[in-house]
Design a protein around this ligand. Structure first.
Ligand SMILES: Cc1ncc(C[n+]2csc(CCOP(=O)(O)OP(=O)(O)O)c2C)c(N)n1
Length: 318
């Protein structure tokens, strides 16, 4: 990753951080329906992976999907309108935070079902292989999801069919309040790849360059027709499970230590060490994002609600 690429990654991570910090503050006002889970601290994963993807490539996401949307190029305003359940939202207000999706950007959807996106990515990868169009499908999911049956079935199918799939496990050490050290049978989730005969790689997700390099290799491998990879990105969880989580199950000390592994601080430091004037390169971007957010929140609060007569239109149950 050269300095220009790292600077672009820092700007993309800041876009997500500013978005999520603002969502957290606005959620506190009480007029945003439902639950909100933010992507704070995980920014390097979506950004480091999606830097290698085009709009045609597919991703599937989790209940923590705003960062994946933004990294895949989904604009801010329709995501915010979706959080408020308005007709102008990405899914016309039918989905909310946990179902943001934009097929025009290859973002097949956040998913309230833990592990639910993993098999969808296998379907996307099978479609890409069948059509021979060179696309890849990436599934983002948490450490908790790696204990679900769907994870194992999906890796097996992707392996036997050598699908162009990349399984990105965002291991933040916790599934809600359950530590991975209790719930997961292996120390390295990437080792689970051995059971399916595919490569398994672990990277520190505080380092966007490490994620970018490992993702680049896995995606190139998939595009070559050499099959799937399991990529475990280790995140230091900077926030609670959901906005408002009092985190009574987690020590103050652990939370303090996590803050020393902020991927945004690390990228800033690495650029400063190479002599880049970071502040002058990010101020304009920060101002632009804040202005976009101001406009998006104002518009969303004024936007029309879906017509109750049509509330079941476009809504499917599987
Ligand atoms: C199938 C299913 N089981 C349980 C839940 C409740 N639930 C929501 S988020 C979550 C924790 C998921 O942990 P992980 O996959 O590690 O993701 P993280 O929240 O840490 O990013 C659970 C158990 C659910 N939504 N779906």
């Amino acid at each position: 990753m050269d300095e220009t690429e790292l600077l672009a990654a820092l700007q993309a991570m800041l876009r997500i951080r500013l978005f999520e910090d603002r969502v957290r503050r606005e959620f506190g006002k009480g007029d945003m329906p439902g639950f909100v889970h933010t992507y704070v601290g995980a920014e390097a994963v979506a950004v480091g992976v999606c830097a290698h993807l085009t709009d045609a490539d597919l991703i599937t996401s989790t209940h923590r999907g705003h960062g994946h949307c933004l990294a895949k190029g989904v604009p801010i305003a329709p995501i915010i309108a979706e959080l408020y359940g308005r007709e102008t939202g990405l899914c016309k207000g039918r989905g909310g935070s946990m179902h943001v999706a934009d097929f025009s950007k290859g973002m097949l959807g956040a998913n309230a079902i833990v592990g639910g996106g993993i098999s969808l990515a296998v379907g996307g990868a099978l479609a890409a292989q069948t059509l021979g169009d060179g696309r890849v499908a990436v599934s983002f999911f948490g450490d908790g999801a790696s204990n679900e049956g769907i994870f194992h079935e999906s890796l097996n199918l992707a392996a036997i069919w050598r699908l162009p799939a990349i399984f990105v496990c965002e291991n933040n050490g916790w599934a809600e309040s359950t530590p991975s050290s209790y719930a997961i049978s292996v120390e390295r989730i990437a080792d689970r790849a051995d059971a399916y005969g595919i490569p398994g790689v672990t990277v520190d997700a505080a380092d966007v360059e490490a994620v970018w390099a490992a993702a680049g290799e896995a995606i190139a491998r998939a595009r070559r027709g050499d099959g799937p990879t399991l990529l475990e990105a280790r995140i230091h969880r900077l926030g609670g499970h959901y906005v408002g989580d009092p985190e009574a199950y987690r020590s103050r000390e652990e939370r303090r230590l996590a803050r020393a592994h902020d991927p945004i601080d690390a990228a800033r430091q690495r650029l400063a060490d190479s002599g880049v004037d970071v502040a002058s390169n990010i101020t304009d971007v920060e101002n632009e994002v804040v202005a976009e957010l101001d406009a998006a929140f104002a518009a969303a609060r004024e936007a029309p609600w879906p017509d109750p007569e049509e509330v079941e239109r476009d809504v499917l149950a599987g």
